[in-house]
Design a protein around this ligand. Structure first.
Ligand code: FES
Ligand SMILES: [Fe+2]
Length: 444
């Protein structure tokens, strides 16, 4: 009897290169969804997206449409967006308030906010069947299925669709700093989502986006023209300000030209188990302008001078939480990756307010959101073009391998943590680390 042979994933990933099919093969994509996205902890959303009981938003985990909903007790639940009767999707909208219950729009079965059955109209018709509601409303055949595990870390809600596996904290490991850094920078110790995010559908594989996040080699090439143009204007404005500085928003763009490859090499990537990674380096966001000084004052009042210095001294540019999050904590930005198909990827681009911080600090975050991460900026467009071109090239017969060899063999490994070597910030260590994790998940 012929047996379906599972691809040998270990052979697809070598220490310094990866087979192109990893990015283009639809069967491999299905396996990734099963073994990775529908198994590990995936970010659903921030609890401030659902402040009141009945508030919900819909979210994709792997191939599964899910609902994140605030229950009556205040707990945030994550449920499959599917009616147990004939399979209808319960929530068709992206977000809203469902009141005290979910009501299926097809035959009016109703459910509690934690997914348990509330009522089946004319239920006597089900007596003696497995669908009888008798004996409790907990009958799983009549209830909306829950995500196997849900955990909330400092307001960031994650779900895992597998009942076994590490706890959220163990899974995140050191990458948890993304959420600590973001929240600690708020005088009130927490952040609040700014409703509505930008959504972009990329015509490329989800891993191309993630690999690009800590690719310190590309910005001074891909974003050079945008950076140069901003730098020209920045210089004119600084001149006009007679010794003063141009608004910080120009620096957010000009840095793409002024931070050259050798400067990027001064940064470091630190790579952790499960594919997570941190890029160190601060964008110089501690200018001595009145807005920053006012913020410093509020923070010192909230935390004391010593703790304040620790908080604002955290040296992070970017944290990648594999396989679905890219966080820029000092600027309160977060991008969530939702694979839709082998060559289609949704990214959600969110930003947050620091609770208790002056409005001007929020405007700074908003400026970065609009100038660097939004679909309207040239920065994002530059990246998208390259993701698409990468996917097109990888789909061709022009070669079988993707090279991840930059500074290979020069990484520093200690206790399972791999750091790029000194003056090697543009190393492809983060991509090697992601693929190492990928192969491990896929073989599991
Ligand atoms: S499909 Fe939901 S009540 Fe029938
Ligand atoms: Fe980029």
């Amino acid at each position: 009897m012929l047996q379906e042979r599972a691809p040998n994933f270990a052979k697809m990933v070598e220490a310094d290169r990866v087979r192109k099919e990893v990015y283009t093969d639809a069967q491999i994509f299905e396996r990734e969804m099963e073994r990775i996205h529908e198994t590990v902890w995936i970010y659903c959303g921030h609890e401030s997206q659902v402040p009141r009981a009945g508030d919900y938003c819909t979210v994709q985990i792997g191939r599964q449409p899910m609902i994140m909903v605030r229950g009556k007790s205040g707990k945030v639940n994550v449920l499959y967006n599917r009616c147990p009767h004939r399979g209808n999707m319960i929530c068709g909208d992206r977000e809203g308030n469902t009141g005290e219950q979910f009501r299926c729009s097809y035959h009016a079965w109703t459910f509690q906010l934690d997914g348990r059955l509330k009522n089946i109209p004319m239920k006597s018709a089900y007596e003696g069947t497995r669908y009888q509601a008798k004996g409790g409303k907990d009958n799983p055949d009549c209830s909306m299925k829950k995500a196997a595990r849900v955990e909330n870390y400092r307001g960031f809600v994650f779900a895992s669709l597998a009942s076994d596996g590490p706890s959220l904290k163990n899974f995140l490991g050191k990458s948890i700093v993304a959420f600590d850094d973001m929240c600690d920078r708020a005088p009130a110790g927490e952040v609040e989502v700014v409703p509505n995010c930008f959504r972009v559908i990329q015509h490329s594989n989800w891993k191309l986006f993630l690999e690009n996040q800590l690719d310190a080699l590309h910005p001074s090439v891909v974003h050079q023209s945008t950076g140069r143009a901003a730098h020209e204007v920045e210089k004119i404005l600084a001149k006009k300000a007679r010794g003063g500085a141009a608004p910080l928003s120009y620096h957010m763009l000009s840095a793409f030209a002024t931070v050259t490859i050798d400067k990027w090499d001064d940064f470091q990537t630190i790579n952790y188990p499960y594919g997570h990674c941190i890029l160190t380096g601060y964008m110089g966001l501690r200018p001595q302008d009145p807005d920053t000084l006012a913020y410093d004052k509020v923070m010192i009042k909230a935390y004391g001078k010593k703790r304040f210095e620790q908080i604002v001294g955290v040296n992070i540019h970017h944290v990648l939480v594999y396989p679905g999050l890219s966080v820029q904590s000092p600027l309160q930005q977060l991008r969530a990756v939702r694979p839709l198909g082998v060559d289609r990827t949704l990214t959600e681009i969110w930003h947050f307010r620091l609770k208790g911080a002056p409005e001007a600090i929020y405007r700074r975050s908003l400026a970065y959101y609009n100038l660097v991460n939004s679909p309207a900026t040239l920065i994002n467009a530059d990246d998208l073009e390259n993701f698409w071109k990468c996917h097109q090239g990888l789909s061709s017969d022009g070669g079988d391998w993707v090279s991840l060899a930059r500074h290979h063999g020069r990484d520093i490994e200690k206790d399972g943590v791999v750091s790029s070597g000194p003056k090697m910030g543009t190393s492809e260590a983060p991509m090697r680390n992601q693929m190492k994790a990928w192969a491990k998940f896929m073989q599991a």
